[in-house]
Design a protein around this ligand. Structure first.
Ligand code: ZN
Length: 195
């Protein structure tokens, strides 16, 4: 087994351990049973490197956080949004990857999971998607806003659900945030749309 493979397997193991310690995630959707390591993943575009430097400099005792930092160079990181949609400062300190799903580091037809990193002081603008969603904060904290819900600041192990097409946004005034995000229901293969 190559080192890159080992790092990704270790990352998945820590993700599952975090899931196993977070009851709201277990209630939301089962852990997929058909996960296979993707043979080939796209390279991370070089413009994401400034954001990854910010993430790399953020240390935490959290084992899942540490596994992500160790595997940072063997993950296919993405940003998806344009500068016009979210602004330059956002793109300089935001990155995410698909942990499992149709295009993930691990392939499955049973669900979709992302890991997102937001540096301190960002505003992730209002957006929506067809799939239902749950965020679980892995490390740091973030303020979650969603149409019809009171804004709530959450820390490690705390969760926030979003219904299908419910508008939501996220702010990180006090701390960077690393979160695990699970999707379920229709629209699993879709992307978020900025409102
Ligand atoms: Zn969302």
């Amino acid at each position: 087994m190559t080192d890159s493979r080992k790092l990704r397997e270790a990352l998945l193991q820590e993700a599952q351990r975090f899931y196993d310690q977070t009851p709201a995630l277990q209630t939301f959707t089962p852990w997929p049973t058909d996960l296979t390591l993707a043979e080939k993943i796209p390279d991370t575009p070089p413009d994401i490197n400034p954001a990854l430097d910010v993430m790399q400099n953020w240390q935490s005792e959290q084992p899942f956080h540490q596994a992500i930092r160790r595997a940072i160079n063997v993950i296919s990181w993405r940003q998806t949004y344009s500068e016009a949609e979210v602004g330059r400062a956002f793109l300089d300190a935001f990155a995410y990857f698909e942990l499992f799903g149709p295009d993930g580091l691990f392939r499955t037809n049973e669900g979709r999971a992302y890991v997102g990193f937001w540096g301190q002081g960002l505003f992730y603008p209002w957006h929506h998607h067809l799939a239902e969603e749950i965020y679980a904060v892995v490390s740091g904290e973030a303020c979650f806003e969603a149409a019809g819900d009171p804004a709530v600041t959450l820390g490690p192990g705390e969760c926030k659900e979003h219904a299908s097409l419910q508008e939501h946004a996220l702010r990180t005034p006090g701390s960077p945030t690393l979160s695990l995000v699970l999707w379920r229901g229709e629209g699993l293969a879709g992307d978020p749309v900025i409102s």
